[in-house]
Design a protein around this ligand. Structure first.
Ligand code: AR6
Length: 350
């Protein structure tokens, strides 16, 4: 997958380059810096001594020595002083400079820690937002797989409004599930027999009881009406339906798979194999990239043999995003990650 948030110890990652959150001396320290130096061995420190330090926002590259990674890219994040001393721009330039160095050295896979989010005190949710923004923008123009390694069980998103809204939506649906059990099982049955009736029932089930979360300002106009017709062609498999939709939407293949966080190889597989059976997260990834409405997304899912169900937290979360027309895949993945749910895009579960 081009961009993935993982819970991992960065020193264990088999990637071309890992990024070190260092200090200006580049001579080691605590946190991830200490862990990297311990795992790489003393040769790393010896090479770092030859570099003459590094300014905040800049980056330097060394070999990885005893690490599974070929290179270590050292960068110096800003110390958090409250946010009014250019911290955000400096942090963004750390990510940009590291990504450019990685490209320059022919790296295809790079793993970042959350720079500045430890000893340097940058609030974790804001540090994450900067990382996601810079990395996702960079990936629009470059073919690279980037991991953001978040260490341990972090609660960095729980204070964010979007996360709270999604959590509330899940809670509401679970309650509905208990009180509307009969309707739910009828709906499951209908999905097997009659998709359009099931869709009507779905919409009734999902109809808000109280004032729902307002659509965010990034709301887009609804797609052209003949979309549903395209999606309803029963003779089309997932692959053909997807290609049709990309054409209809006026997107190029690359625009679509990049927006879906799907790598080129997987997209070629889907394109060349009319019988390709994608995973559910991959179908959702394309639904988001194509900015489908909820009923359209359900049609696309059914082309791949899936239906939405309220017994799956993952499905409920995706329903929330589609209903609210939130189509930023990285924002969606942040929430999915925090909830320990599969992320959208291609990857091991393609
Ligand atoms: N793998 C992935 N992430 C990790 C690991 C690991 N093994 N260990 C820690 N983290 P920090 P900073 C996370 O303090 O804030 C050093 O002393 C950690 O949970 O390592 O940029 C340097 O020498 C946090 O989210 O870096 C500097 O003096 C993130 O990595 C100073 O700390 C960054 O935390 C730099 O501070």
């Amino acid at each position: 997958m081009p961009f993935e948030i993982v819970r991992n110890d960065i020193t264990k990652m088999r990637v071309d380059a890992i990024v070190n959150a260092a200090n200006p001396s580049l001579l080691g320290g605590g946190g991830v810096d200490g862990a990297i130096h311990r795992a790489a061995g003393p040769e790393l420190l010896a090479e770092c001594r030859t570099l003459g330090g590094c300014e905040t926002g800049q980056a330097r590259i060394t070999k990885g020595y005893r690490l599974p990674a070929r290179y270590v890219i050292h960068t110096v994040g800003p110390i958090w002083h409250g946010g009014d001393r250019g911290e955000e721009a400096l942090l963004a330039s750390c990510y940009e400079n590291c990504l450019n160095l990685a490209l320059e050295y022919g790296c295809e896979t790079v793993a970042f820690p959350l720079i500045s989010a430890g000893a340097y005190g940058y609030p974790k949710d804001q540090a994450m937002a900067v990382a996601v923004e810079v990395i996702s923008k960079f990936l629009l123009a470059h073919d690279l797989t980037v991991y953001l390694a978040v260490f341990g069980r972090s609660e960095f998103l729980t204070g964010k409004k979007l996360f709270r809204d999604v959590q509330e939506y899940i809670d509401d649906r679970y309650v509905q599930r208990h009180t509307q059990k009969n309707l739910e099982s009828r709906r499951e049955m209908l999905w097997q027999q009659d998709e359009s009736a099931a869709l009507d029932l779905d919409l009734a089930l999902a109809a808000p009881k109280k004032q729902e979360h307002p659509a965010p300002s990034m709301t887009r106009p609804a797609p052209a009406p003949d979309w549903e017709a395209i999606l309803k062609r029963t003779d089309e498999g997932f692959s053909a339906a997807l290609l049709h939709l990309i054409d209809e939407k006026g997107m190029t293949d690359a625009q679509c798979y990049k927006k879906a966080n799907v790598d080129r190889k997987l997209f070629s597989k889907i394109r060349s194999n009319p019988g390709y059976k994608p995973s559910k997260p991959t179908v959702f990834a394309f639904a988001v990239a194509l900015e489908l409405t909820l009923p359209e997304a359900k049609q696309l899912l059914s082309r791949a043999g899936f239906a939405l169900t309220y017994s799956s937290k993952f499905d409920i979360v995706l329903e929330y995003f589609l209903k609210n027309r939130i189509y930023d895949i990285y924002e969606i993945n942040e929430v999915l990650f925090q909830l320990d749910l599969p992320l959208l895009g291609s990857g091991t579960n393609a």
